[in-house]
Ligand binder design. Structure first.
Ligand code: FPP
Length: 277
């Protein structure tokens, strides 16, 4: 159940409201993460340049964030620019994405304020161009007091490099004798991740049909439900977010246990014999 103070259901479109009405308020996800994929294919199918796909993709970011904020989703984390994008895409495309990010932040600040959205970032953002970092800091500060959805953009982000960064910080603690290696727990790793301040995602959405995680939130998605849609990111809207949440609510989350059907599962006598030695 989301805090009622943050809900703006009356601002949803009629179609969105119809899906929202089918959702169980007690089983709404706290955190939705999205791998936004398919900008290039969206453009290619229309014989447009890839850049235009990214531009449409940026519009989708704003629209989906607004729906998330209307339903009171606390955490929305979008994979906007990976370390691999930075290293492997042509320079011209990387510079375009950086310019797009800057203008996105500039042009959408007012809408973020109107929607009570707080902006945060994860990733090796210190390696981004200084003028982009400056805009990022500005929007983060301006929106810091907002109490609705926290929109986190993963920028120059990689799941493995996040873990490398976390282990480096853990090593410093160990060297400083503030922690002993034998006593490291999952919680110690968690508190050094970029996402230490947020819950793990309940739902991960990937657009454009690929069945890959692409180095996104590797530690955090251990028990996350995954929803893959063929829809390309520039065509993704708030209504599709709500459809993904409806699908998520039809699943039974078991976290490695037996779940609600546990009582019906018969124990395998052979396995029990083995376990008994
Ligand atoms: C994948 O499309 C998408 C990205 C490279 C990252 C997402 C970027 C945006 C949505 C635009 C900018 C975002 C903000 C917040 C301003 P792709 O090029 O890999 O598509 P393809 O696989 O079809 O080629």
């Amino acid at each position: 159940m989301y805090p009622t103070g943050t809900l703006r259901i009356h601002e949803l479109s009629a179609d969105e409201r119809a899906i929202y009405a089918t959702l169980k308020p007690e089983r709404l996800p706290e955190h939705v993460a999205i791998i936004m994929d398919g900008n290039g294919r969206w453009a290619g199918r229309r014989s447009l340049k890839r850049f235009l796909g990214h531009q449409q993709g940026a519009k989708a970011v704003q629209l989906v964030t607004e729906t998330a904020s209307r339903i009171g989703l606390p955490w929305l984390t979008l994979y906007a620019f990976s370390l691999e994008n930075n290293l492997r895409r042509p320079r011209a495309e990387v510079s375009f994405l950086m310019r797009l990010l800057r203008s996105y932040l500039e042009d959408n600040l007012q809408r973020m304020m109107d929607n009570n959205v707080r902006m945060r970032y994860i990733g090796r953002t210190q390696e981004l161009p200084p003028e982009v970092q400056e805009k990022m800091r500005w929007v983060e500060e301006e929106t810091a007091a907002n109490t609705g959805t926290t929109l986190t953009l993963a920028l120059n982000y990689g799941g493995r490099s996040e873990m490398v960064d976390a282990f480096r910080r853990l090593a410093v603690e160990i060297e400083g004798k503030r922690l002993s290696a034998e006593r490291i727990t999952e919680e110690d790793i968690h508190r050094h991740l970029y996402t230490a301040h947020m819950p793990d995602p309940d739902l991960l959405i990937r657009t454009s049909g690929e069945m890959r995680i692409s180095n996104y939130l590797l530690w955090q998605i251990a028990y996350t439900e995954i929803f893959v849609t063929e829809r390309l990111w520039p065509d993704f809207r708030g209504i599709h977010l709500l459809e993904a949440i409806a699908d998520f609510q039809r699943r039974e989350r078991r976290y490695g246990g037996l779940g609600e059907r546990g009582g019906e599962v018969e124990e395998d006598p052979e396995r029990m014999k083995l376990a008994a030695g």
